[in-house]
Write a protein that binds this ligand. Sequence first.
Ligand SMILES: [Zn+2]
Length: 453
Amino acid sequence: MKLLVILLFSGLITGCRGNSSHSLPPKLLLVSFDGFRADYLQNYEFPHLQNFIKEGVLVEHVKNVFITKTFPNHYSIVTGLYEESHGIVANSMYDVITKKHFSDLDDKDPFWWNEAVPIWVTNQLQENRSSAAAMWPGTDVPIHNTTPSYFMNYSSSVSFEERLNNITTWLINSNPPVTFATLYWEEPDASGHKYGPEDKENMYRVLKEIDDLIGELVHKLKVLGLWENLNVIITSDHGMTQCSKDRLINLDRCIDNSSYALIDLTPVAAVLPKINTTEVYNKLKVCSPHMNVYLKEDIPARFHYQHNNRIQPIILVADEGWTIVLNKSLPKLGDHGYDNSLSSMHPFLAAHGPAFHKGYKHNTINSVDIYPMMCHILGLKPRPNNGTFGHTKCLLVDQWCINLPEAVGIVIGALLVLTTLTGLIIIMQNRLSVPRPFSRLQLQEDDDDPLIE
Ligand SMILES: [Zn+2]
């Protein structure tokens, strides 16, 4: 009897598993290695990451959002919004109305984050789903009164292993199940700033460590049986470019620093004038040929960086590799934040899992396109956003898409077939038209003299 019950029970469980395997909600792990410049992939060796890509997809360049800084770009990835729309417009901000300050060390006030709804919140609004986060910017803040069900308070001293352990534990053991998870790591950004991306020796070492962490991540997912059914996106927020003590823009040489407040410094400075705005603007405008100076209303539309109270009345945008300083020496050998059309500012994206093709390479997408793609994978209705789902269709197994080389091939093929058919028709017509005079002659009743006799 006992045996019968056990058999029946185990049969029931197997039956449930069998039936539910199709109805299980899709799961997605979003990983960011901060400051992973797109062309590191071409210039350094990444055996583990290349294996991941071989079985998945690669987007070689992700065009990120202006300004190409950490907090704004991480929030754009998870909201699909430009910075002017999600409100995290810099790593250092000041709100003139509330007189509140924001910095990467003081980021916990939901006021700054509530202009948008990140995907982990939307995911949790679905029945029977939860989200988990290991330190993605904003995940330890109650945005719209909601944090991920499982999260860690930010601390740069927590090891990658501990973050990974937490994430995998939550992915396995939670109820309701964790269907969306994020994992964030501070490198290679920290080393990129310290050494500069042109320091091949140090960057080689740092990037090898990153690749080993990716190896560790994949190994752990495989050992725990998560690998086959979990969708994993590995991406980053921005790239990095080399700076130099020979490329400094010293504002103190152009304007008295008591006439303005500097909310953010470099490479995009946010200037809040304390005297007449035009006066400050005129002095800054002629300060350096290696810096663009914009009144807020004149910021180029392509930056999508204008319509927000947190964007200051004047912004200064340094040319690539130039550093804005206040009568100081060079603070960092590498930096980012520059114009988002510069390829050195772009990260990459790699993805693996049941939602993605295998061995497919794609040239470029925008970072705001990642959000609608993630919503599609998770079956969530995306909130209004600046991304285009169509840009990511070629990456996904359940979507039909033609990329440019394929489209050109199809057009050329169709033209060839049409030309051949037209040629054949012309030849046939010519052949048929040869005996025509005979036919006509033969058909004429009054023509009683055959031509051949
Ligand atoms: Zn960053």
